[in-house]
Design a protein around this ligand. Structure first.
Ligand code: HEC
Length: 244
């Protein structure tokens, strides 16, 4: 029993480990919902429009996305495929890795499994943590990914956030948050957070496409087990009536 408890604790440990971002920045809650198909559809659109130019999602096929997100294949071809990819192809980027490396110093990584590796909360926080930093080649920095090599590709939607400093005594000034000047982007703060939540939701779905199905199945199994428990209990009562 003790071993079992220990094993369970250890299983939980990695999850605890990623709960805090780099340098102890508190992570925002993404509250992803794999059952929210409308959110996943909006997220997919954002992904192909703003991310797929640099990043691939090479373990994901367009027709799988179509099927899971309840989208007809011709709509997917029209709105989600901007390259000469076919509906049965995986989501490759048009950019080749050598160019990526030359332009950004590091090739943009594949994003299929990122939500699983980093966690949805981290990803959501990352998309909300870019801030202006003229000392960097890409003009920005990120609270949870210091010295990030990726530009803030959603800046037109969000507006360019400014760093918020705190004076940490001997450490000098430290960036502890970001603030977007009012009206700087095409979206309000709430709209931007909703959009990045959709995007995070889509990426969490990509990282684990069967999650919605698994959860639905889990509920059915639990329902079945509770009915079964009731039946066995009734049966037991019936048998023991004669014994007493
Ligand atoms: C202009 C090219 C470009 C675009 C467009 C772009 N990225 Fe990136 N991205 C990069 C580069 C380059 C890196 C590597 C940064 C590094 O390691 O310093 C990166 C890294 C990342 C990482 C960190 C991965 C990890 O675990 O280390 C995430 C997450 C990410 N991008 C998400 C996105 C999302 C979501 C979008 C769409 C909104 C997007 N990117 C659009 C270039 C891009």
């Amino acid at each position: 029993m003790r071993k079992l408890l220990l094993a369970l604790l250890l299983l939980g440990a990695p999850a605890l480990g990623v709960a805090a971002g780099a340098e102890g920045v508190a992570l925002m809650k993404a509250r992803v919902d794999p059952g929210d198909t409308a959110s996943l559809q909006r997220g997919a659109k954002l992904f192909v429009n703003y991310c797929a130019g640099c990043h691939s999602a090479e373990y994901m096929r367009f027709n799988r996305v179509a099927q899971d997100l309840g989208l007809p294949e011709d709509l997917v071809e029209q709105y989600l495929i901007f390259t000469d990819a076919k509906i049965g192809d995986t989501m490759q980027t048009a950019m080749n890795p050598q160019d990526g490396e030359r332009w950004f110093g590091v090739a943009p990584p594949d994003l299929t499994l990122t939500a699983r590796r980093r966690g949805a909360d981290w990803l959501y926080t990352y998309l909300n943590s870019f801030y202006r930093d003229e000392s960097k080649a890409v003009g920005v920095n990120n609270l949870v990914f210091p010295d990030v090599g990726m530009p803030h590709v959603l800046w037109e939607l969000q507006g360019m956030p400014q760093p918020v400093y705190s004076d940490n005594g001997s450490d000098g000034l430290q960036v502890v948050g970001v603030r977007v000047p009012e009206g700087a982007g095409a979206m309000t703060e709430q709209e931007y957070q909703a959009a990045t939540r959709d995007l995070t939701n889509f990426m969490a779905y990509m990282a684990e496409p069967v999650k919605a199905e698994r959860q639905a199945l889990g509920i059915k199994v639990l329902l079945f087990l509770s009915v079964f428990l009731l039946l066995t209990w009734l049966l037991k009562r019936e048998y023991w009536k004669d014994v007493h």
